[in-house]
Write a protein that binds this ligand. Structure first.
Ligand code: PLP
Length: 441
């Protein structure tokens, strides 16, 4: 047996032994009821990622190095070279590195918030003052804190179907028994998003009945890569405003929007005080693990978030803020930021086109044309959990079953081209394998 694999199985045996030891010697140890319940309902995506773990792939008789994964919800492009250099400069100098180890203010450094305000103005025309911005550890953390700042455990939250798979768990974690209602936006027969008018009508009806405190959606979306139109978003914003609800727009993929950006991309908190914009460094500058995000909102919400963040993370990371502020200021001045973002967007558009072409040529299954982001949704016409299992076992190709994103995707898979953006040849290869297998099956 390969020593590396032996090591992995020894490690898992050790964990099991530790668990048994704890159960034997500390039988009265009880985790919180909330977490016990949540651990019984692991996210479906995590379950699949576990299935695709190295050990499991080997157990299936496959070679882990031969697996082609369309599962990753992450970007594969490189961070801006100018940003990397800023980190290098800070880390190379003894005193700068020392300075980057100090605490940040809870809201983030003013210099970094100013740089963000400048960037948003220049890229999207959003008018912000630094009082409209709080910097946090990531959009995941900021979303958790926003739920706490805006809603009570007996409130209702409206999400779409499909939508980002992490939101329901985050709501449960932050708001315990808050009710989650879903609005379906995908027509599963035609495999197209409903018209804006139809979505607006559905929204009015659901809003009237459920009176949600928060409505939240990503734009461009994960998992569908669709971008809601202005008419629908304006309807939601107006209804939320009139009724004292909040509309949170998650802009994780804002700079990877392939279509003409809708007008709401440039909304600002003084015109839309109940609309909150969530941002992250994860996808635009490939800062997935260099955790940093920020929220734009009216001053009252930012003050509330400051209070929550004092308890959740105390303050955001100093090194990331230093590097980011210096990079943005320089790259806005010399035009390199815009050029970088244009190139990155173009690269993802190419990867999206390559993916859609391969699906159309080889599988002929209905799929959504990405309007931005990293994904498409393909209708497989059978239970997607089962489809993903059999395809992985027989071809070594990994898709993500749609169920975790909403009931409307029970017979669909999410396909991510994000990780392959710098390696486009691999995209077609995976679909060729799947097509060969399905032809024979
Ligand atoms: C829509 C959406 N929001 C938020 C996140 C997480 O962002 P962060 O890395 O800033 O926590 C993701 C990650 O895939 C996402 O797709």
């Amino acid at each position: 047996m390969n020593m590396r694999y032996l090591e992995i199985s020894l490690q898992s045996n050790e964990i099991l032994a530790q668990k048994l030891y704890l159960q034997f010697y500390f039988p009265a140890m009880q985790l919180s009821k909330l977490i016990q319940q949540m651990m019984k309902e692991p996210s479906p995506i995590r379950q699949i990622m576990k299935m695709a773990s190295k050990q499991n792939i080997i157990n299936m008789g496959l070679d882990p190095d031969e697996v082609i994964s369309y599962g990753g919800g992450w970007v594969g492009h490189h961070a801006p070279e100018g940003l990397r250099k800023k980190y290098e400069e800070i880390c190379k100098d003894r005193e700068s590195f020392h300075d980057a180890g100090k605490y940040s203010p809870t809201l983030g450094f003013e210099e970094c918030r100013e740089a963000i305000a400048k960037m948003e103005k220049e890229l999207f025309g959003v008018k912000l003052s630094i009082e409209n911005i709080i910097i946090g550890q990531s959009s995941t953390q900021l979303t958790h804190d926003l739920f706490i700042a805006l809603a009570n455990p007996d409130d209702t939250i409206l999400l779409f179907d499909p939508t980002y798979a992490n939101y329901p768990g985050q709501i449960k974690m932050a708001l315990r028994n808050a009710k989650i209602v879903r609005q379906r936006v995908l027509d599963v027969e035609t495999w197209e998003y409903k018209s804006q008018e139809e979505m607006a009508e559905d929204f009015k009806e659901i809003y009237e009945k459920e009176k949600p405190k928060i409505v939240m959606f990503p734009s461009p979306d994960n998992p569908s890569s669709q971008v809601f139109g202005d008419e629908f978003v304006k309807t939601m914003a107006d209804i939320c405003y009139e009724n004292g609800s909040f509309l949170i727009i998650d802009y994780a993929y804002k700079t990877q929007c392939f279509i003409k950006p809708p007008n709401y991309f440039s909304w600002n908190p003084s015109d839309y005080p109940n609309v909150i914009a969530m941002h992250s460094n994860s996808k635009w500058c490939r800062g997935l693990g260099r955790r940093l995000g920020w929220v734009d909102a009216n001053e009252e919400i930012i003050e509330a978030m400051e209070r929550v963040q004092q308890c959740s993370i105390l303050c955001p990371d100093t090194l990331h803020q230093f590097a980011m502020a210096e990079y943005i200021n320089e790259a806005l001045k010399d035009g390199s930021l815009k050029k970088y973002l244009e190139d990155v967007k173009e690269a993802y558009k190419k990867a999206a086109d390559e993916t859609i072409k391969a699906i159309n040529d080889l599988l002929e299954m209905p799929c959504l044309i990405p309007q931005g982001g990293l994904y498409t949704l393909m209708k497989v016409g059978e239970d997607a959990d089962e489809f993903v299992r059999k395809v992985l076992k027989n071809t070594g190709v990994l898709f993500i079953p749609g169920r975790g994103f909403g009931e409307s995707l029970r017979e669909a898979v999410r396909i991510s081209y994000g990780p392959h953006v710098e390696n486009l040849e691999i995209i077609r290869k995976g679909f060729e394998r799947v097509a060969n297998y399905l032809r024979k099956a």
